[in-house]
Every structure is written in C-alpha cells, then in structure tokens.
Design a binder for this molecule. Structure first.
Ligand SMILES: N[C@@H](CCC(=O)N[C@@H](CS)C(=O)NCC(=O)O)C(=O)O
Length: 203
C-alpha cells in the first residue's frame, strides 16, 4: 500500500491510521509542485493529497481512505462499538471534521488572497478564526468525559488531531477549551502519532 502525502496536511490523518492498523505501507512524499505535475495528476486528477494506492487501485478523498483502512483492519475497531449508533457517531464526527472544520481553514491557507486588499484578506482570516473557534467549542463540549471524539478510538480522531495542529499553527483562539487541550496532549503522546510525525519530518 502506498500513501501519497505532503507533510502536515490532512494526509497525516491517514498516515497515523496506517500506523494504528499496523499494515505494511510506503509513504510517498509529494511536494506542492509535484501535486500539480502530470505524474501525480495521473494518480489524483484533483492534484491533492491524500491518495492511497493498493494493488493497482487508487482511492482518493480522505473520508473514503480512512474508512477503507479501518475496514482492512476490523480487529482495530476504528469504526465504532459495532452498533449502528456507534458507527453513526464515528461518521458524524468524521463528517464534521471533513466538511465543516477542514474547509473553514481555507482563508487561512490563502483562498482569499485574490481579494488583493490586505485589510480585506486580514478580515477574512479573522472571520475564519472566529468560525473555527465556534466549531472547536462544540468539539470541546463533546470531549467532556471522553478520551475519543466518538466515544471509542476511531478514524475521526487522527483527522481531528490534524485540524487541531492547524488551529494552533494558525492562531485560532482555543483558550478555555480544556477538554481539547487534554485530548491534543494525549494524541501528541500516542506512539502511532509520534511515528507518523517523525516520518513526515515533524517529530
Ligand atoms: N476533499 C479532499 C480535500 C483534500 C485536500 O484539501 N488536500 C489538501 C491538503 S490538506 C491539498 O492537497 N491541497 C492542494 C490542492 O488542493 O491544490 C479530501 O477530503 O481528500
């Protein structure tokens, strides 16, 4: 299995998951330039990471890759407690991270640079930070009394960890979110997380 990644991106979630499930894999680093070059576009026409190659088949979209990896290792129990509601909780929090939190970072990663006016770009970034604080407030509330976002360790956790790293790097105000701090510290100390970070040169 090959995971195509760029360091610190959302592909770090898949990298952590590969460590958690303990299947052999190769992590293939792709630079910003390589993501838009023909060789990589043949793998993922979106020019984005992650992409997963397994026995000649390529899978893209983070949520799909995380789900696939978890299905390859049912014993790891990364899709809930086995009940329909447990599975739905995992999907609920994965969806929140993938479709609400991740896209909310776009202005902070340059999506509003086209505005060209420095004041407007700064305002769009401030608005993004405020939106993200609101989203993380809900995550913090969910983590009260829980070690994992969906109750049991799941595919939503590595992705949540990645967006928390981004939030810290981008100056999102997370003050007062004690549950999130505890969660982040536990993830930082996790051996699989550490191995993935080290392989990406972020350890
Ligand atoms: N919807 C895609 C989004 C992936 C995505 O946004 N990847 C970023 C890294 S976190 C990327 O490669 N961006 C480069 C680009 O889109 O040009 C998914 O969930 O996999």
């Amino acid at each position: 299995m090959k995971l195509y990644y760029s360091p610190g991106t959302c592909a770090l979630a898949d990298h952590i998951l590969l460590e958690w499930i303990g299947r052999p894999y190769e992590a293939v680093r792709v630079s910003r330039e390589e993501r838009k070059a023909p060789a990589y576009l043949a793998i993922n026409p979106a020019g984005a990471v992650p992409a997963l190659e397994h026995d000649g088949w390529v899978l893209t979209q983070n949520a799909a890759i995380l789900g696939y990896l978890a299905d390859l290792a049912p014993d790891a129990g990364l899709l809930g407690d086995g009940s329909p509601r447990g599975r739905a909780e995992v999907t609920r929090w994965l969806a929140m991270v993938n479709s609400d939190i991740h896209p909310a970072f776009k202005p902070l990663f340059g999506a509003t640079a086209w505005l060209e006016d420095e004041t407007l770009v700064a305002k769009s970034k401030d608005l993004a930070r405020a939106t993200l604080r609101g989203l993380f407030e809900r995550v913090d509330a969910q983590l009260a009394g829980r070690d994992w976002i969906a109750g049991t360790r799941s595919i939503a956790d590595p992705y949540l960890y990645v967006v928390l790293r981004w939030a810290k790097a981008q100056g999102v105000d997370l003050s007062g979110f004690g549950n999130l701090e505890r969660y982040f510290a536990a993830m930082q100390a996790d051996p699989g997380v550490r191995r993935a970070l080290e392989q990406e040169g972020l350890g």
